[in-house]
Design a protein around this ligand. Sequence first.
Ligand code: SF4
Ligand code: SF4
Length: 482
Amino acid sequence: MSICPVCLEPISGQIFQEGDQIFIKKTCDIHGYFNEIYWSDAEVFRKFYRYLCDGSGVDNSQTPTSRCPFDCGLCNNHKTATLLGNIDITNRCNMACPVCFADAGGQVYEPTLSQIKSMMYNLRHQQPVPCPAVQFSGGEPTLRDDLPDILSMARKMGFSQIQIATNGLRLATSLNFCRSLVINGLNTIYLQFDGVTSKPYMIVRGRDLFPTKLKALDNLRKAGQKSVVLVPTLAKGVNDQEVGAIVRFASKNLDIVKGINMQPVSFAGRIDDEERSQKRLTIPDLFKLLEEQTDNEISRGDFYPVSFVTPLSRLLAAESGKEQPVFTVHPCCGAATYIYNFNNHLIPITRFIDVEGLFEKIEREVNNFDGSNFGRFKMRGKILKEMPKFVDDAKVPEDLNIKKLLIGIFMNGTRDSLREFHNKTLFLGAMHFQDVFNMDLERLQRCGVHYATPDGRIIPFCAYNTIHRKEVEEWFCMQPNV
Ligand code: SF4
Ligand code: SF4
């Protein structure tokens, strides 16, 4: 199922291969035929599609479903619980970017502290697993002077990961503001970061913001912030020639930059077919660009879909006896790998760890686990015993004790081991948000990135930005300072 890009009515669609690319086609009785690129590499599509899986959603869904994507939610048909809960705390912004999901359009949407608290409450009371991570977004969330209070409230409510998504303008101008965010419990900053030259900023943002990004990073360092994820919105002709340089920039700033989340542009509003196909990039296009721009140091084979890690969640659940967040996001939504920086060479961990073999082993042992204490001991022992088999010693970078690191993670799953791992590697991920042209409800129904809204609903990200945002903001809008 998909939706008509014009009237947004649910209509059936078909995903099919033509040449070595995958397309989605659909016909609306009123608005006609539409055909859109879905995934530009059929071989990688097949590799990723092997990891399609269903989660069990939430036990306390808010709505029954009859007409997806209008019944969010979450409705009782949704298959993935909230992994990251977004809360828009304002739609005001100190910039006006044409690629933005949120557009104030004259009306200000700015939930009160008590509305924000109740949205967080809903996320934390999701069953059986409370939402572990929250991101405050906008608009530009740093325009709210009470952002530190909001972060502190999130900490008290038990979120283990607290993020903001920001353009960094205010961070670049106020070290004190950076300090107040860090002190009040901010874990990670998702920093809009279009490239390492002035060109993409001039095209997309209308001014050269690269020096501003550097200043923001500098201030965050001084403030003691330990984790920033760079977030480039990728479009052909804008910054597609900078992806390799962005990865190199990040790998030279590992003291503070822990990851990159590349986001191929998705299109909001009306855009003609020609302009769309000129700018459209898919995740496999990004893989090709990375290969070209890193001399194959990073290649398509190094990436796996988000759902690849579900055996780890199952292992953690078996170890702890408690339900865990499970990353059953659709394989075409996102991809990731980890990169190790050794003497300025970028080495994806997949070059020295057989991750497929290792995760299949974990999956097998978790499937055999009988729930007893002895069974748990046996499961852990079998995984640890065979783990060295999945490491290619000849290819491990000299300064990396990967076996010790892996054993540390699997022995006790401690945050310390994971932290050590993250300190030495760069997370390189991509998420391609859907728009009305390429919308696939099979993807949407597995979405794990959701918005909480003041009316108590929890709405999958791509449904919110294509269908629900306008209505929610209009309903709750107010005049500034009221
Ligand atoms: S997107 Fe998910 S929550 Fe929304 S109607 Fe569809 S299945 Fe339900
Ligand atoms: S936000 Fe969009 S692209 Fe990301 S997981 Fe959800 S449906 Fe997929």
